[in-house]
Write a protein that binds this ligand. Structure first.
Ligand SMILES: [Zn+2]
Ligand SMILES: [Zn+2]
Length: 392
């Protein structure tokens, strides 16, 4: 789906391979599936193949293309990498190299209508599918941001033999499954064709709806949202607000209870040694981001009351401002501690480092406790504010 041609300014030319795959497959499904059901019934096995092969191609993208190759959030053994490469190829979303390069640009220039390849600021249609129907406006595919992948033999093998691999997986896997369960055409249509369309749009939702619907508990500096319902359809990628602020975390649903099958898959593989070095953002940083947003929302809530407020609200405003000051103070203290830690490492005196470590651990714990308490106070204040708002 890429093009090497440089195009003049204005509308980029149609990306024919992309357009044929993305518009041709739904068209083929609309014709072939009703035609087939006219004279045949789909077997239960064909429907099961739809579900299982959908899981396979989607996880190839989320655990493989996205969290392994685009963000390097963990390391995987060769058998896992091969399996993810095959599963990702099965999803027909271009090569790992091309996909990851574009995705890194998306994170770097998120929402920038010139540079973000699928900026949600350009609307639902564009960020969902429109961006793939034309070549990149610049006409070039730049791989400067993926030097690590250019050195990866498996990634380059897939890139160089992408078309044969797509044909092999997309015809071979459903045919093999269909033959094994005795319903070749049923599986080709449901596990092959319909699964491919579903798997496409599930991923595309991450670029479109996950930048439009949901909450922003960690940052409001970009359009990315956290949305439980979208997490269900996107194999855990619906916690997109968290993902955009901490893209190097192997989890998107960072809380243990958040629905993120991709995170569970990566973690489960690590328990048997098939994946390792799973990257986690320190909980302190996460809490800091969350708390900063809570303060922001508290301030916004208070602003609703405007100037003609009663004594209670005025008091609350003062209190929030006060709390925020304590919060920033704690943060500065923490930054100082980190600096000391780095300095200590430079001095490299074993004993000093040891003592510093003990001291740091204690102080860090105190700072963290303080943050938690403040966060709870803000929560309480917000609750009473909401009650107050209802009363007025
Ligand atoms: Zn995004
Ligand atoms: Zn990402």
């Amino acid at each position: 789906m890429s093009s090497e041609t440089i195009t003049p300014k204005g509308k980029a030319p149609i990306n024919w391979p992309g357009t044929i795959v993305l518009l041709g497959t739904p068209l083929a499904a609309l014709i072939l599936i009703p035609l087939y059901t006219y004279s045949h019934d789909f077997s239960v096995a064909a429907w099961v193949s739809f579900v299982l092969l959908l899981a396979m191609s989607s996880l190839g993208i989320t655990a493989g293309y996205h969290r392994l190759w685009a963000h390097r959030t963990y390391e995987a053994s060769l058998p896992v990498r091969i399996a993810l490469m095959i599963a990702g190829t099965f999803a027909i979303q271009n090569s790992i190299l091309y996909w990851s390069s574009g995705h890194r640009v998306h994170h770097r220039h998120v929402d920038d209508i010139e540079r973000d390849p699928y900026s949600a600021k350009k609307g639902f249609w564009y960020s969902h599918i429109g961006w793939m129907l034309r070549d990149y406006p610049s006409g070039e595919t730049d791989y400067k941001n993926v030097p690590d992948l250019l050195d990866d033999k498996l990634v380059m093998f897939q890139h160089n033999y992408y078309i044969p691999l797509v044909l092999l997986t997309n015809l071979g896997i459903p045919a093999l499954v269909g033959w094994a369960v005795g319903d070749l055409w049923g599986v080709m249509l449901l596990g092959g064709l319909l699964r491919l369309i579903a798997s496409h749009h599930v991923t595309f939702f991450i670029n479109s709806l996950c930048h439009m619907w949901g909450k922003r508990p960690y940052t409001d500096e970009n359009t990315a949202r956290d949305n439980f319902w979208l997490a269900i359809f996107t194999w855990g990628e619906g916690y997109h607000n968290y993902h955009h602020i901490f893209q190097y975390d192997y989890r998107n649903g960072v809380k243990w209870w958040q629905y993120d099958p991709t995170k569970w898959l990566i973690w489960s593989l690590s328990t048997v040694g098939l994946t390792k070095n799973l990257r986690r953002i320190p909980s302190f940083n996460i809490k800091r981001a969350e708390l900063a947003m809570k303060f922001k929302y508290a301030e916004k809530n208070l602003a609703i009351f405007g100037h003609n407020v009663n004594e209670d609200i005025a008091q609350m405003k003062l209190k929030i401002a006060d709390e925020y000051e304590t919060f920033t103070h704690t943060l500065n203290e923490w930054a100082k501690l980190r600096e000391q830690e780095l300095q200590a490492k430079k001095v490299a005196v074993a004993e000093r480092i040891h003592q510093m470590d003990i001291k740091l651990k204690q102080e860090f714990h105190a700072v963290e406790q303080n943050l938690i308490e403040q966060s709870q106070r803000v929560e309480l204040m917000l609750r009473s504010l909401r009650k107050e708002a209802k009363r007025i």
